[in-house]
Design a protein around this ligand. Sequence first.
Ligand code: GLA
Length: 758
Amino acid sequence: MKMKKSVIVSVFAAASLAFPAYSEVYRLVSGKSMMLFETAEAAGAPRLFLRQFGARVEDAQSALRLAWNRESSSSLGMEAPLAYSVLGDSAGNLNRFGGLAVEFADGCRTLDLAVTGVENRSTGGNQELVVSYADRHYPLQVVQTFRLRKGSEVFETSVTIRNTGRDAVRLRTMDSLAVFLPLVGDRFRLQSAAAQWASEGQLGTSEIVRGQTVSIGSRSGVRDAWMNNPSFMLEIGAPATETDGEVIGVALAWTGAWHAGVRRSQTDSIEICAGVDNFAGDYVLDGGRSIDLPTALFSHSTEGRGEISRAFHRFARLHWLPAGTKERPTLLNNWEGTYMAFTEPLLNEIMDGAVKAGVEMFVLDDGWFGRGEFARDDDHRGLGDWCINEKKLPHGLVGVANEAAKRGLRFGFWVEPEMANTRSELVTAHPEWVLREKNRELRQGRGGTQVVLDFTNPDVRDAIWKQLDAAYASVPSLAYVKWDANADFMNLGSPYLDAAHQGNLVYEYTMGYYDVLNRQRTKYPKVDLQACASGGGHMDYGSLRYADEFWTSDDTDARERVMIQWGASQFYPACAMASHVTICWGRKTPMKFRCDVASSGRLGLEMQPKKMTADELALVKNALAEYRRLRPVIQQGDLYRLVSPYERDYASLMYVDEAKRNAVVFVYGLSRRMQQNYVPPLHLQGLDPAKKYRLRELNTWPKSWAHSKLLKRPDAYRAEMADGVAPVSGEALMKFGLPIWLGTDDYDSAVFELFCED
Ligand code: GLA
């Protein structure tokens, strides 16, 4: 490779730079990390190399000089650390891997991308590197953008592919992130969160040995944050902990089928990829068309997994969620309280209970729509008909909203726009509007009649949006919408796409979903939106571009939620994590435990409140009041995971506000043993060492419950440093830890507030 003299060009330099300018260096620099790129001529064309990605150093030239040998060689030949690794030419060698693979009309399956321009932008502290590439022979252009927003530790990358010719180009793989890093370590572990219904966010870690590719993904087409969440952490070198070790965290902002993975070569170089999984066939990019691949987000930490999570949470709140710094209201959802069997008087009674408990909003779930034979009284019918089920709600949605308003409650309701039942007016009139294959039986899902609408078809999207819009507009005080999706692609065909473009289904369906979400967000910007897909099937940064929160899981068992929310917290912030207190369906857990677990996310209730005893109601009411007081800390604070439920028989986490004046600590006993009342002191994190904090225990049981059968706990203080005792320094709390008492009965829990008085 011919190298010319390198010069450092900071992105802070105002001027943008157009090619040719060989051997230029560019960097994106955050407070803690940096990406160091270099354009250089290789194999007769300018290329862009990713020289370093890691901890920030002041002298970028030094980091550049230390970049490993520029290439990595194996029996397959040399692989160059290109900023966008593609199947084809890799600076003079054949790269058989890469994130983008195409087929041109003449059968050629390799790419040879030369850099045609690099633009550095720095506006208001936001840094951007826009790289333009063109194939050296075929009319195909790629624009790759790396972005770093002011104050953020999360890098974004996105890719646009343009077919500037007349013939169609087939996209065989279409990843947005495809970076190649030579020799950054000799040990790699990948942590990901696998899931299925009622069991989201289950963390697992696998070692990646030489020659291995560890990949994860989902091919649901709809509920793609299941199977695996579109995110992972890569630990480099020694296994990372919450506080130590080098980690790269990656999340793909995409709601449809996806894959991601890390390939470790025989020479210890790694390639990190993430993108759309077009498993239904090649995406056909017609002449003159372009396609935007989803944004991939990534962050680097030398301080373990905790720092990656906090970086993503801050990024989500400050830069990504539609209104990430807005306080999220508490609410009561009627689903687990009534399912579809409700009437107006019953809803009024539930709302009365909600007011007594102290929630701020009432959300009406599934069952309010469909008419005549398609009235939604069970899950066999009605989806697709977003008109009032007059049998149940003679006064319409607005009637319920008015009853809510009378009680001082805001109001929202449930929809499932992407779905229909074959037993509906919609599908009766338009059987061609559902995903189906020509010569196959129509496979149907929930209720035996559920099908997925063909959201690649603009007519379908218009028709659904028209109905939704009318339903929303009928409720002038509308404050919240829960958008559900309860099926996967069961039929791999779009009646709208022609035979040549059937492979475009996976991508175009998700773009259709975003189109309708976007219409809602644009027309009703103040209406909060929950992304739900049978629980956490839409717990992804693609949905969260439009939605304020996700329904974390249909599993509301608090013991399970400790694990599920632990997994969700790896990448997603508390303000977006809907967590509801319900009655116990199977496992019995104390009401206090249920409140304490749900209080670490966006707290709500999901029950018929009258099923609570007076003591339970008192406890819930108090927990909701404390939550409302402390939600700025919980929803907007930094999360520190202190004790993992994967490692111990109890778990603990805490939130600290930005000023480090207030913190909330949660401790959850899981299955404790006799004579184990004292757990090791909780070494708190994130406090100001110099500040003095006082402690107060919250959500305590009413006195009358001191001898509860479920939970025998003395009236003694939980913590040695109990309420009213002199304050102690943040330094001592972090270094010596907070000694606490935890009951040996299962599911004892505690919540502490720490606050500075001066
Ligand atoms: C899904 C959701 C639930 C509820 C039901 C209604 O399962 O995850 O919260 O809304 O649908 O049918």
